[in-house]
Design a protein around this ligand. Structure first.
Ligand code: GDP
Length: 296
């Protein structure tokens, strides 16, 4: 995967050097490997766990050649990420409601725009709901994407109740027989409690107006923030119950290893990855390909 270049440069090159430059699989070797994983933002706990598993495999299989550890590492990473390609959940009957959360700048609006373009291309009727009524710019940016995708847009005046926007969007989706509603939300982190209360209220309105909704709660995380992404995942997960992660800006970072930490420590599947700013730069996350891309 081209978008992973920086993570690969860091991780692949350094792991490769370690494997080639070591003559024995001793403690120094495993310590160095753990260090490399840490610099790729795999996270302390996950790095340790991964190295422990490798030690065990090496011992059990009586492996002595450092060069053989590369494929073992790839296997373990693939296992950690899960075998299946995680898919977005669709409602048995339309509309499907996708609640999108995350801190400002993570890439929520862009991710929604990319999804809207994709769904529209598949012939689906899409409605975008501008439930970040706090920042006028967010609503404007969403309007641009709605236009681009040919999607409907529900937007109220600045400062309006975000839950009212969501209410309208669901009514509108029913009336227009829309297939999917994508809800953009606020992400001001300075006032955490208010934001979490706001998101909970949005969720309650969805549940009340449409049984089964939200069908998906996507948390958008910026990969370049590395370990911060993990603490954000915890925060949002506790407040609104995240069902999937969209990890953005993987194209510009050496910290792609954070995917591993999220998958291993949070148990929340990474469903989408952002590899650029254009409408086509959002891909389904493929665990096997990712593991192979990192260590080949
Ligand atoms: P929001 O505040 O969470 O809605 O974030 P935005 O959608 O406004 O995105 C913030 C910035 O990140 C914008 O300049 C986007 O173009 C950029 N961005 C979003 N996703 C990606 C991505 O996958 N790769 C890159 N390189 N930039 C991205």
């Amino acid at each position: 995967k081209e978008g992973l270049n920086k993570t690969r440069e860091n991780l692949t090159r350094r792991v490769g050097e370690l494997l080639a430059g070591s003559s024995r699989l001793d403690d120094d070797f495993f310590d160095e490997l753990e260090e490399i994983l840490l610099t790729a933002d795999v996270g302390a706990r996950t790095s340790m766990e991964l190295v422990e598993r490798l030690r065990r495999e090496v011992r059990d299989r009586k492996i002595t050649d450092p060069a053989a550890v590369g494929s073992l590492l790839q296997e373990e990473v693939a296992r950690m990420l899960g075998e299946e390609v995680p898919r977005l959940v669709w409602a048995p009957e339309p509309p499907t409601v996708i609640l999108v959360v995350g801190v400002n700048g993570a890439g929520k609006t862009t991710t929604i725009g990319k999804l809207a373009c994709r769904f529209a291309r598949e012939g689906k009727r899409v409605i975008l709901a501008a439930a970040d009524t706090f920042r006028a710019a967010a609503g404007e940016q969403l309007a641009v994407w709605a236009e681009r995708a040919g999607a409907g847009l529900i937007r109220h005046q600045a400062g309006a109740d975000p839950a009212a926007v969501v209410y309208d969007a669901i009514q509108s989706a029913r009336n227009r027989r829309a297939d999917v509603v994508l809800v953009d939300t606020a992400g001001r982190l300075q006032t955490k409690t208010n934001l979490m209360e706001e998101l909970k209220k949005i969720r309650r309105v969805m549940e009340r107006e449409l049984p089964g909704a939200p069908h998906e709660v996507l948390l958008v995380l910026d990969a370049t923030t590395g370990q911060n992404a993990l603490s954000q995942a915890r925060l949002f997960s506790e407040a609104v119950g995240v069902t999937g992660i969209a990890l953005t800006k993987l194209d510009g970072t050496a910290k792609g290893g954070v995917i591993l930490g999220i998958a291993a420590e949070m148990g929340i599947p990474v469903k989408l990855v952002g590899l650029g700013e254009g409408p086509d730069d959002l891909k389904e996350f493929q665990p096997r390909d990712f593991a192979a891309a990192l260590f080949s």
